[in-house]
Ligand binder design. Structure first.
Ligand code: ADP
Ligand code: ZN
Ligand code: ZN
Length: 766
């Protein structure tokens, strides 16, 4: 609960200055880990623009920071002597609409996150740093009035005696229009820009002509698509439903198998919104936001399309954000945090691959972008579409109980029927480096027929374990309870949990024998094995190690798109949205880990992954085959995926979740504690558990408590981890319980270096 809601303390009003106007105070979200807002007096001058949603510069302790005004109020419980004036109001108009502001405040409460951290997550770094949004859109270039080569040369000789100015002129000539911030970062000052401007060698422009305002709704569609596709009946039905009431909230689950044309449905609904002059916000999983995805939208729509993703620099990010906010961008595509981008004319929200775990932030402000998206659409009065071939059980449940409208696209648009998943029982068969005889034979057949194959391994590196065959010693990370993974290129032992790496040892540190051997299979080992088996076929590896560079993934995908026979080998990076029309065989080496996971979502995640990977086969005119190697061929989950479908699997999982009273039939929160020593972590978790038990004595606050218990991964990066699970079938009750619990825990004095956090609706229990 934030301080502002605390009515128990006496409130006192304060006369502001000697004027007769009633006093006002700004209630401000300040970047600070404290779970409350702070009150300030208006600045001594320039308070006129202040409104909820504008940023202000304020003194905070000894620092100056940028905060966001949440409310303008007439009473405060801060004693007059402690109240300070804000320095200045930074924005001429609010950055956030009242609806978005309310959503962010709600999210801070719901996810038990300090309000200042929520706003920090919602603002681009440049705005967080206090830069003005107008200046951020300023660009500089060398004059473009057909400056001939001679004129440029003349300018250069004119500047020959001031090498810095010459360097700046050259920069503008070659890289303009360049954002002011980038020029400052390159080491040139504003005075120098002005000098060049006076000499007529630099001109200032604005990124986006504000006067022009929004994009042209009558001209928002591109023409590079050729004749539009004729929608099939399922697609038409879906489009009709989504477009029926374009300016009203409604939530749709677009449940369509891979290749069923979901994107086409999104684009029809988006076209409608654009023609109404409204904007579209599309959220995509982190791995899915590739240049190919963006190209699909820029080809279709003529209006400006902006993308918000991790490889933008800060001025690009701010520029995209500003164009969403001022309405000049018609389509905004981004990953999780793009959800908070203000839209001048919100039209429709689309969440592609809604089941993807990257929509849940795992640290700091632990929000679910999918869940908040539904709230946002509701607050701003627009339709929202959640699309997936493998909907999460939460979303499916909402569709089944009628909260969301369930739109199905059960057929692929490809000519060939979908590939069934064939189980290969490897429980009693010898494997060569993880491959069964059947898998190798099938690979050869498909390659001989001139086709491409995909091999899926959910483990990067060379091998998961390095073992001594003499004494049985295996290499664990010093800082985690986890085995170190063997990497060959470069040769190191790496911990995938904390990132530590050490040189690959040659002899066993325990018994000194030179009998170290790798156990298990990673992508690197599989790559060298397959390359030996099929020396004339390119083996293309795609995992986080092979795609480090900016172009790594695109290059690998371009090679596959070339169409030559090849083996595409990789981790779950391959399971997201890419089209591989020539792949006819998919081999999943091992999914058994997901069958017996400690996490109750283990089977759901495994089923999604297997279904998504299987969906890569036979997308075009060629029939596909999918082999799944398993030691548990009779397991009911694998049987369901093989003989039935994801839909039937998920129905069955839902009934099991119901019996076990697990999400979506109950609501969870996880209190995580970690510290360098196990005793203090456990002690704090016990304190929290006692508080929780006390609270549960009040029937309005009663929740189920599990723990304290060690986290599934007991030690990570040198810290011991303990957790407490809180559960209730009533969301409101769990929320109330958490509000009190967190307020109490905030008062507990913490031992040095102990950290705790609350994760509401946790996505993974690790
Ligand atoms: P999804 O997003 O459901 O996996 P896509 O929207 O990417 O599927 O569509 C898969 C392929 O089918 C694309 O190449 C798309 O152009 C094509 N497609 C979509 N709708 C139709 C249609 N009605 N007729 C023919 N091809 C279509
Ligand atoms: Zn040994
Ligand atoms: Zn480690």
């Amino acid at each position: 609960m934030t301080q502002e809601n605390n009515t128990e303390q006496t409130t006192q009003s304060l006369e502001f200055g000697a004027s007769c106007t009633s006093p006002v105070f700004y209630r401000v979200a300040v970047p600070s880990p404290l779970r409350r807002a702070f009150d300030y007096l208006p600045p001594k001058v320039g308070a006129l623009a202040a409104q909820p949603g504008t940023r202000i510069r304020i003194p905070f302790g000894a620092r100056k920071v940028t905060g966001v005004i949440l409310d303008i109020v007439t009473e405060t419980d801060v004693p007059p002597a402690k109240l300070r004036h804000a320095d200045s109001v930074l924005d001429a108009a609010p950055l956030f609409s009242p609806e978005l502001l309310a959503l962010l405040r709600w999210a801070a409460d719901y996810y038990q996150c300090p309000i200042g951290e929520v706003f920090a997550a919602a603002l681009p770094a440049r705005l967080r740093a206090g830069e003005s949004i107008e200046a951020a859109q300023e660009r500089w270039r060398a004059p473009q009035n057909e400056a001939s080569k001679q004129e440029q040369d003349a300018a250069c000789s004119l500047l020959s005696r001031s090498p810095r100015q010459l360097a700046l002129y050259t920069l503008l000539l070659n890289n303009g229009p360049a954002p002011t911030a980038d020029i400052l970062t390159a080491g040139f000052g504003r005075p120098m820009l002005r000098k060049l401007q006076e000499r007529g060698l630099a001109e200032c422009l604005w990124e986006q002509p504000a006067a022009k305002g929004a994009f042209d709704p009558n001209n928002s569609l591109g023409d590079s698509q050729g004749p539009p596709l004729t929608l099939n009946a399922d697609q038409s039905g879906a489009v009709a439903a989504i477009t029926a009431k374009p300016t009203t909230f409604d939530c749709f689950l677009l449940d369509g198998v891979t290749g069923s044309g979901k994107t086409e449905v999104y684009m029809r609904a988006m076209a409608q919104q654009l023609s109404l002059g409204r904007q579209c916000l599309v959220l995509i999983p982190e791995i899915g936001l590739t240049p190919q995805t963006i190209a699909r939208f820029t080809e279709r729509f003529r209006c400006p399309v902006v993308a918000l993703h991790s490889s933008l620099n800060e001025s690009e990010r701010l520029s995209a954000w500003a164009r969403a906010r001022d309405g000049s961008a018609g389509v905004v595509i981004g990953t999780r945090s793009a959800l908070f981008t203000p839209l001048a004319k919100p039209g429709i929200l689309i969440i592609d691959e809604e089941h993807d775990s990257s929509f849940k932030q795992q640290d700091g402000f632990r929000y679910s972008a999918r869940d908040l998206a539904v709230m946002r659409a509701h607050a701003e009065g627009m339709p929202i579409v959640l699309g997936s071939a493998t909907p999460s059980l939460e979303t499916l449940h909402n569709a089944l109980v009628g909260k969301f409208r369930h739109l199905r696209l059960p057929h692929s648009t490809a000519v060939m029927p979908r590939a069934a998943i064939e189980l290969v029982d490897v429980s009693e068969k010898p494997l060569q480096e993880g491959f069964s005889e059947a898998a190798l034979t099938r690979l050869k057949q498909h390659l001989d027929n001139g086709n491409q194959c995909l091999v899926f391994i959910n483990r990067r590196g060379y091998a998961p374990v390095l073992n001594c065959t003499t004494c049985g010693w295996s290499f664990e990370c010093n800082d985690c309870i986890a085995q170190m993974t063997v990497h060959r290129t470069p040769p190191r032992l790496r911990c995938h949990h904390c990132g530590v790496s050490v040189a690959l040892p040659r002899i066993c540190p325990h018994c000194k024998s030179a009998t170290l051997d790798t156990v298990g299979l990673g992508t690197q080992k599989a790559e060298s094995f397959l390359q030996r088996q099929f020396p004339n076929t390119p083996v293309i590896r795609v995992d986080r190690d092979s795609t480090r560079g900016k172009e790594g993934l695109s290059n690998a995908l371009a090679r596959v798109e070339g169409g030559e026979p090849c083996i595409l080998l990789g981790t779950q990076m391959l399971a997201k949205g890419h089209h591989f029309p020539n792949i006819t065989l998919v081999i999943i080496l091992d999914a058994d880990g997901g069958l017996f996971s400690a996490d109750f979502r283990g089977q759901e995640q495994m089923a999604q992954l297997v279904t998504q990977v299987a969906g890569r086969a036979g997308r075009a005119e060629r029939a596909g085959e999918v082999l799944l190697q398993t030691k548990h061929a009779t397991h009911e989950t694998l049987q369901a995926l093989s003989n039935e479908s994801y839909a039937q699997f998920s129905q069955r999982q839902l009934s099991q979740r119901k019996l076990a009273s697990l999400p979506p039939f109950a609501h969870l929160a996880l209190l995580r504690v970690d510290a360098p020593d196990p005793a203090s972590a456990t002690h704090f978790a016990e304190t929290a558990a006692q508080l929780s038990v006390q609270l549960s004595k009040d029937p309005r606050l009663a929740v189920d408590l599990i723990g304290p218990m060690p986290a599934p991964m007991e030690k990570r990066a040198g810290r011991f981890r303990v957790q407490l699970q809180l559960k209730s079938e009533r969301r409101g009750r769990l929320q109330d319980h958490l509000n009190y619990l967190v307020a109490n825990l905030d008062q507990v004095k913490l031992p040095p270096r102990l950290r705790w956090s609350v994760d509401v609706d946790p996505q993974d229990m690790i």
